[in-house]
Design a protein around this ligand. Structure first.
Ligand code: ATP
Ligand code: MG
Length: 648
């Protein structure tokens, strides 16, 4: 793609944007790289510090001891609530979009503050101290946000576990983080279905002797088993405490939370983030990347169980005094119009979601989108996986009525905030590319074989980052050796992201998939995302996942798993027509050897395809599929194995 056919920024977004054009971006970017010290100290002024830091960044990737804003003292919750009360006390901090369609609850900054203070006092009375870990296993209800902020107010470390996880997964995370207290609900509600959170919690902690307290929010009217002296009803207890509470002063480098990665590639890692740098970065990126302004209604669909929910439902937006939508339901309940209905009802101006949701919604056609008024929207974001250009265009043309700027944001649990992204109103976009680095971020592409940097444009390799940014994770909880080993040993002196990447002729970045998934077919290196995007252009394909398997002649053969819009038997013509799109879009060498038509793919609970499992199946290694605890529907694996045995 040449600059002439990039998607230009939309004029309505441009008028509002903080930056006036690409020159302004370039200039600010250069300043952030030449003088990171000055740049980030300036950015840190967006927070209220009890003691302003003397230094910005310290440490390096050789010793893996990077730190930010040392000497600075603050409280994260103070920054998300207290400091807004005078000006925004009556502004909605949260709009809770309940599971039941059309039901909303606005919660002002003053109300969130009072709820958080009561809970802070309650947790303190239960013996929670600065540095203690608190497990939060809740659905997307306001108490989830209160819990997170009450921990931060006390200087305690939260570990939020997504409400879709099983007892075993919950147990593993409680043990790993050594949580003495669990905050949960009697039941969760998701898409009209009840999730027995308290029962699951009971199961998870039955053999753990260090969990002393379980706080139970009643989301439904269901009665649940309560253990005397251990389990407390949240509503009853909270009333006993005053709606004001002091906040702890923490060091910039004190831990804020532990969060486990989604487990797409293996056993989840307990990624640890600290306070001052993380919040500075979450707030700063939220403001620039979503072009956030005071009157925006900001709707990020992520669950707070994932990092996107931490940084871009809670911390970034609230630090900026925004109105953030807390979405309890699922995109398909009661039908595929749900997101669009929320946008219409709340007049959302910024919308941020994941490609996996967009792919499934696009399957329901355009009519259901058009049924709802989306004229309030200005900016559309995506995160989590490479977005196929087909779906990007659908998002742009249909959802955004060709009026909204799209921000395809690349980042990771470990990065704390967005690293590669367009700036709305500023960066011309290309469907499928996360475009350019954010301020202070220096991406580097290296040759996977030897770690040599590949300079210039029109290159491809493993994506690394050259130096630290404030939102970066500091360690893996209790396992710094694994942190060093996973991210800093392959290419000494660099942070290795694990992702493959191409920098095109215009210097734009394209994430090609996980580097471990790169296909080396007859000596050609191919990213899984590239082949999948080509497959998605076939009119009958709704979803595709591609992996390599040992092939006698080519070295690696390509096995493509595809889901069709309407289920059909595999015929020779269909298979050929599928291979043809890839031949046409990429080249003959990239045509899949096997087209495996199926109905379901193994996914993590955040909706990402687990290619690691698909690779095993394609290689006939049906046993030893590794850690499958984060799979959302374990049954699909058996089904794929059966289908695979039948393929010749
Ligand atoms: P695990 O590390 O346990 O395997 P995970 O990597 O899926 O799990 P996350 O931190 O939630 O856990 O996801 C980060 C990854 O998601 C990135 O490394 C990248 O592969 C992918 N990703 C996120 N955003 C984008 C994007 N905009 N474009 C392409 N890929 C993306
Ligand atoms: Mg990862």
């Amino acid at each position: 793609m040449t600059p002439e056919n990039m998607y230009p920024v939309k004029s309505a977004v441009k008028t509002k944007s903080y930056l006036k054009g690409m020159e302004a971006y370039q200039e600010m970017y250069e300043r952030s790289i030449k003088d990171p010290e000055g740049f980030w100290l300036e950015a840190a002024k967006n927070l209220d510090w009890f003691k302003f830091p003397e230094k910005a960044g310290q440490g390096d990737f050789k010793r893996v001891n990077h730190s930010w804003f040392m000497g600075g003292k603050l409280n994260v919750t103070y920054n998300c609530l207290d400091r807004h009360l005078a000006k925004r006390g009556n502004k909605s901090a949260l709009i809770w979009a309940k599971d039941e369609p059309g039901q909303y609850q606005n919660i002002t900054y003053q109300e969130v503050y009072e709820n958080v203070c009561r809970l802070t006092n309650l947790l303190e009375a239960q013996g929670v101290k600065k540095g203690d870990r608190v497990c939060i296993y809740l659905p997307m209800i306001p108490e989830l946000v209160y819990s997170v902020l009450a921990c931060a107010r006390l200087g305690a470390v939260h570990s939020v576990v997504f409400g879709g996880f099983s007892a075993d997964s919950l147990k593993g995370r409680i043990i790993d983080a050594e949580c003495k207290i669990v905050i949960t609900a009697n039941e969760g509600l998701r898409g009209g279905k009840k999730v027995p959170l308290k029962n699951i919690t009971d199961d998870a902690i039955k053999d753990i002797d260090f969990v002393k307290t379980v706080l139970v929010v009643n989301r439904t009217s269901a009665q649940v088993n309560m253990v005397e002296g251990r389990d407390y009803n949240y509503e009853e207890e909270i009333k006993k405490y005053r709606p004001v509470a002091p906040c702890a002063t923490v060091d910039a480098e004190d831990p804020l939370f532990i969060l486990y990665t989604s487990g797409s590639t293996g056993k989840p890692k307990g990624v640890m983030h600290t306070s001052g740098g993380y919040l500075t970065y979450a707030a700063f990126t939220h403001r620039y990347i979503f072009d956030y302004h005071e009157d925006d209604v900001y709707f990020c669909t992520a669950d707070v169980g994932w990092v996107t929910g931490h940084s871009y439902v809670v911390y970034g937006p609230l630090a900026n005094g925004a109105t953030s939508v807390l979405f309890e339901s699922i995109p398909s309940y009661p039908d595929a119009g749900r997101y669009w209905q929320v946008i219409q009802d709340l007049k959302a101006t910024i919308f941020y979601t994941a490609p996996t949701a967009l792919r499934s919604l696009a399957q329901s056609g355009d009519e259901i989108v058009k049924k709802y008024d989306r004229s309030s929207l200005r900016i559309l974001g995506t995160v989590g996986e490479p977005i196929n250009p087909e779906i990007w265009k659908w998002y742009h043309d249909v959802v955004g009525e060709s009026r909204c700027d799209i921000v395809d944001t690349w980042w990771q649990t470990e990065t704390g905030g967005i690293l590669i992204t367009p700036i709305p109103g500023v960066t011309p976009t290309k469907p499928g590319s996360a475009t350019l680095p954010f301020f202070g971020v220096q991406p580097l592409i290296v040759k996977p074989e030897n770690g040599e940097e590949v300079k210039g444009n029109g290159v491809e390799g493993a994506l690394c980052i050259k130096s630290s940014w404030p939102g970066q994770a500091r360690t893996i909880y209790k396992d710094h050796a694994r942190f060093v080993e996973t991210y800093f040993t392959q290419y000494p002196g660099l942070y290795f992201t694990g992702d493959g990447c191409r920098r095109d002729e215009d210097g734009y970045y394209w994430i090609t998939g996980r580097i471990d998934d790169v296909l080396n077919v007859s000596g050609h290196r191919l990213g899984t995302a590239e082949v999948e995007s080509a497959l998605m252009e076939h009119p009958e394909i709704a979803e595709a996942a591609v992996v390599g398997y040992p092939h006698d002649i080519k070295g690696v053969g390509i096995h493509a798993y595809v889901i069709l819009y309407e289920h059909k038997e595999s015929t020779k013509e269909l298979v050929e027509s599928i291979k043809d799109v890839v031949r046409e879009k990429i080249g003959r060498f990239a045509a899949p050897d096997i087209i495996h038509i199926t109905k379901g793919l193994p996914k993590t609970r955040s909706g990402k395809v687990m290619r690691r499992i698909l690779r095993k199946i394609a290689s006939h290694e049906y046993g030893g599929l590794g850690d499958t605890s984060t799979l959302s529907e374990p049954g699909v694996v058996d089904n794929l194995v059966e289908e695979h045995k039948k393929l010749k």
